[in-house]
Write a protein that binds this ligand. Structure first.
Ligand SMILES: [Zn+2]
Length: 318
């Protein structure tokens, strides 16, 4: 009996010891939640670094990248589609955790493989990890809208205004600040139903326009609008298209935007908490009636906000 067990135990021991080396050879090109031994001299099966990122994400959908280390983690840099974010590192349960939100924009995302690169100092040793994330094609429904012609084509005299606002908006949307203030799930900004989902292919008076890069919520004039997460007010504006609008920085490249408000209740530079009053809904700017348009920017890309209201971090990483 004993003699039959011993070779089996050796086999198990061999598999445990061999496993980290096998993973290290494959690197992070293959598979998800890869457990890597980062120390060449390590002989124990104890994982030291876990890098979690999806293999595949539909166009426009936000996703998370998480690096968990049992050794001190410093200066984590995440590179994605020409942008760089240095996520805040939290120490939790003796583990060092860096979490970042990434995504693509329905406006210009190209289906196919995209390289995700992470560099990190683990116990003062600089390491680089790479993984291919597949951007999966997604079909978005078509939405036809008929609007008065002057609403679709702005008059010449507002062109300068629109150009000026575009710069200010792009700057706010591309803000990448060092403190991560966001947590998941986000709070819904208003009680109403979703009337227009993210990604709709819009045709205004039969002319193709940009896809819908946010979510519209039913909201009568004066409905209370809440901040989706903790953050700091980046920009309050009265813009040609968005009307009275509020931009909140949630840190590490995540920005929420609230458009067409009848009243703004916050000031630039003000710190806000999740659920705090931001303003009241309305129909200012280019809107056919009162509603809330919400956009979520991630490293400047406008992503689908919907999953962020439904999932916590672990669910997003599954
Ligand atoms: Zn909208």
């Amino acid at each position: 009996m004993i003699s039959r067990r011993i070779p089996y135990m050796f086999l198990c021991l061999f598999l445990i010891l061999a496993a980290p080396a096998a993973y290290a050879q494959f690197g992070l090109e293959e598979g998800d939640d890869v457990t890597l031994s980062t120390d060449a001299n390590a002989t124990q099966a104890q994982p030291q670094l876990v890098f979690a990122a999806p293999d595949s994400v539909p166009v426009g959908e936000p996703f998370l990248v998480r690096i968990t280390s049992t050794k001190p983690l410093n200066e984590v840099d995440i590179y994605w589609q020409g942008k760089e974010v240095m996520p805040k590192i939290n120490v939790w349960n003796d583990k060092h955790v860096a979490l970042a939100m990434l995504g693509t924009d329905v406006l210009n995302a190209k289906p196919g493989k995209q390289e995700l690169v992470v560099t990190a100092s683990i116990d003062s040793v600089r390491k680089t990890y790479k993984k291919n994330v597949t951007i999966a094609a997604k079909k978005f429904p078509r939405q036809d809208l008929t609007l008065p012609k002057k609403m679709v084509t702005p008059p010449q005299e507002v062109y300068d205004r629109i150009a000026r606002e575009r710069k200010v908006i792009a700057e706010a949307r591309n803000t990448i600040s060092p403190e991560r203030m966001w947590k998941l799930p986000f709070k819904r900004p208003v009680d109403g139903d979703v009337t227009s989902a993210y990604g709709l292919q819009r045709f205004l008076n039969k002319q193709p326009k940009n896809p819908h890069r946010g979510m519209d919520f039913r909201a009568p004039k004066g409905a209370v609008i809440h901040a989706v997460a903790d953050g700091k007010v980046l920009l309050v504006g009265n813009h040609y298209y968005a009307g009275n609008s509020v931009y909140i920085d949630h840190g590490n490249g995540v920005v929420s935007m609230y458009f067409h408000l009848s009243k703004v209740s916050v000031k630039e530079g003000e710190t806000v908490s999740r659920g705090q009053l931001v303003g009241l809904s309305g129909s200012t700017g280019r809107a056919t009636g009162p509603h809330l348009h919400l956009s979520i920017g991630v490293l400047g890309k406008l992503v689908d906000p919907a999953p962020l209201f439904e999932k916590n971090v672990d669910q997003m990483l599954q």
